[in-house]
Ligand binder design. Structure first.
Ligand code: ASP
Length: 346
């Protein structure tokens, strides 16, 4: 698994974990694909990374390398376990990842690595490192510098000059180089000529030892409501199959048609032990259950507010809480509490 490119003895050594994604991909007749060893070759060709004043680093390449659309629960656990096992040996970690599901992985890591007190920075690129005009070069170099700095003590995502809280980040553009933002949380740093940290926005370090809390395979689902949705079609899956459901509603938590069709399904799901978390389809703002009649009904049926959480964070949080094996009422209570910086409490 490990291929060490550079390993001088120093205190600020960073572990770079390449998981796959565009940054290290190779062009093939069938499109871009990750290829073992290809990323390490591209890194070796970046002069800045061999400079004396560049932080010490080691590179590990996970196997298999993935397009991040193939990332699964076991991959989140694997990435977290590499960090957990190397925790005492490195000042910080950079996780190189495809952009498509980077916000999900960032959210997942923020729960799996409970009590984190060192920087874990996810980054990637829209153009491979080996190609002209790659945005991967700055994303990689700056992420390693942030990881070596040790100022950040949480899972963050760096992309195109912005350092974002990982479990607040969203992919906003499929082809723009400024691909991520965190509409509901201030940037953790702006990177121009210098790295300007937004200290009040940073999370305080863990006061307890780091604990590895892997996710278990669980039936978690996301349902996005839309005008004309026939809720009956989803009854089986919502009421009988899923333990946790993220309901992506309109605006502040509203559902179509007064929810007449949905509410009995939610009640049934609730009675069967499921937890329904109400999130918004709007990237910015918060769910306020009870602001409108249709959302009051959701609350009465047993749904719980995801407040200003992203869907990515809500999915990861459901995996986290159900994996802890705690009672449903406790899960419902904790959904509305800030556990890893993912949500603004009332
Ligand atoms: N499909 C790629 C991935 O997520 C896209 C990217 O890396 O930008 O792995």
């Amino acid at each position: 698994m490990a291929s060490s490119i550079k390993n001088r003895n120093g205190n600020n050594k960073v572990l770079i974990i390449y998981t796959g994604g565009t940054i290290g991909m190779k062009r093939t007749p069938h499109g871009y694909t990750p290829s073992p060893g290809f990323f390490a070759e591209a890194v070796a060709a970046i002069p800045d990374m061999t400079r004396e004043d560049f932080p010490d680093f080691e590179l590990v390449e996970l196997s298999p390398l993935l397009d991040s659309s193939d990332m699964a629960l076991s991959d989140w656990n694997k990435i977290a376990s590499v960090i957990y096992e190397g925790y005492d040996r490195y000042a910080g970690f950079v996780v190189l990842h495809g952009t498509d599901t980077m916000a999900y992985t960032a959210s997942a890591l923020s729960f799996i690595l409970d009590g984190l007190d060192k920087p874990v920075i996810l980054t990637g690129s829209q153009i491979p490192l080996s190609e002209l005009r790659s945005d991967g070069r700055d994303n990689l170099i700056t992420s390693v510098m942030i990881a070596a700095d040790g100022v950040v003590r949480e899972v963050a995502l760096y992309f195109s000059g912005r350092l974002l809280r990982g479990n607040r980040a969203m992919k906003m553009s499929a082809d723009g180089l400024i691909a991520f933002d965190s509409p509901n949380y201030p940037h953790l740093a702006e990177v121009g000529i210098s790295i300007r940290y937004n200290y009040p926005a940073l999370r305080q370090g863990g006061t307890k030892p780091l604990t590895f809390r892997p996710f278990s395979e669980l039936p978690i689902g996301v349902l996005k409501v839309f005008p004309g949705i026939q809720f009956g079609l989803f009854e089986d899956i919502m009421a009988d199959k899923l333990s946790g459901i993220v309901l992506e509603t309109f605006g502040a938590g509203n559902i179509p048609g007064g929810g007449d069709r949905l509410l009995p399904i939610i009640k049934k799901a609730f009675n069967n032990g499921a937890v329904v978390v109400v999130c918004s389809q709007c990237p910015s703002g918060t769910v306020t259950l009870g602001a409108y009649e249709s959302s009051s009904a959701l609350k009465n049926a047993g749904a719980v507010s995801g407040r200003d959480m992203t869907t990515e964070a809500a999915v990861a949080k459901l995996y986290h809480l159900f994996s802890l094996g705690i009672p449903k009422d406790e899960i419902k209570r904790l959904i509305e509490r800030d556990l890893a910086g993912e949500l603004s409490e009332l």
